[in-house]
Ligand binder design. Structure first.
Ligand SMILES: CC(C)(COP(=O)(O)OP(=O)(O)OC[C@H]1O[C@@H](n2cnc3c(N)ncnc32)[C@H](O)[C@@H]1OP(=O)(O)O)[C@@H](O)C(=O)NCCC(=O)NCCS
Length: 157
């Protein structure tokens, strides 16, 4: 049964919890891709990113909160595509101790509701290759994969 959770927009007081969750995400993904520089950045950098994100009206962050703590968050924004507005989910993470108890589903439902209210015609997310549990989560909620994302580092760093 889903735990008692409330989903609502993030506020400044949630910053430490969101930074902590970025750290958990980096650890989780870093085990799959140890050489990916994204998962080696220090928590001070995540804090900068979170503060900037919460101050950006084009970025949306929702937190799932139990009676006592933030247990997960989702970050998304909108992009105009030739076919209409796309809701782009950049991050979705639930605290390790809370996974499998419905928080991720609640966050995604709230995101979809917000996207519909904003007139979005579609919603998208990138899933790391090797994140089989993440793939199962998205597929079970009606999402299908339609692309592979390519990248390479540039310069020295
Ligand atoms: C993927 C994630 C956000 C799902 O959140 P959640 O609160 O565990 O999800 P829910 O409880 O609503 O749903 C559970 C489903 O998620 C999937 N899942 C993924 N990781 C899981 C985990 N560690 N434990 C349990 N379920 C997990 C399962 O498919 C499960 O399916 P079920 O509903 O048929 O049992 C969360 O497990 C997480 O933070 N994982 C690490 C980060 C990540 O992979 N993010 C997604 C890529 S952006």
């Amino acid at each position: 049964m889903a735990a008692q959770l409330v989903v609502k927009p993030a506020v400044a007081a949630d910053i430490p919890a969101i930074v902590h969750l970025f750290g958990e995400l980096a650890r989780h993904h870093g085990e799959m891709q140890p050489n990916n520089p994204r998962y080696g950045v220090p928590s001070a950098r995540w804090r900068e990113i979170v503060e900037k994100t919460l101050g950006d009206p084009d970025e949306h962050v929702l937190v799932a909160r139990s009676d006592v703590e933030v247990v997960g968050f989702v970050r998304f924004h909108y992009e105009e595509k030739p076919w209409g507005t796309s809701c782009e989910v950049e991050t979705l993470v639930v605290d390790e101790d809370w996974r499998g108890r419905g928080a991720g589903s609640r966050l995604l439902e709230a995101t979809e509701e917000a996207a519909v209210a904003n007139g979005a015609g579609g919603i998208r997310a990138d899933i790391l290759i090797g994140n089989d549990e993440g793939v199962a989560f998205w597929q079970a909620r009606g999402y299908t994969n339609f692309a592979l994302r390519f990248g390479k580092p540039l310069g020295e760093g």
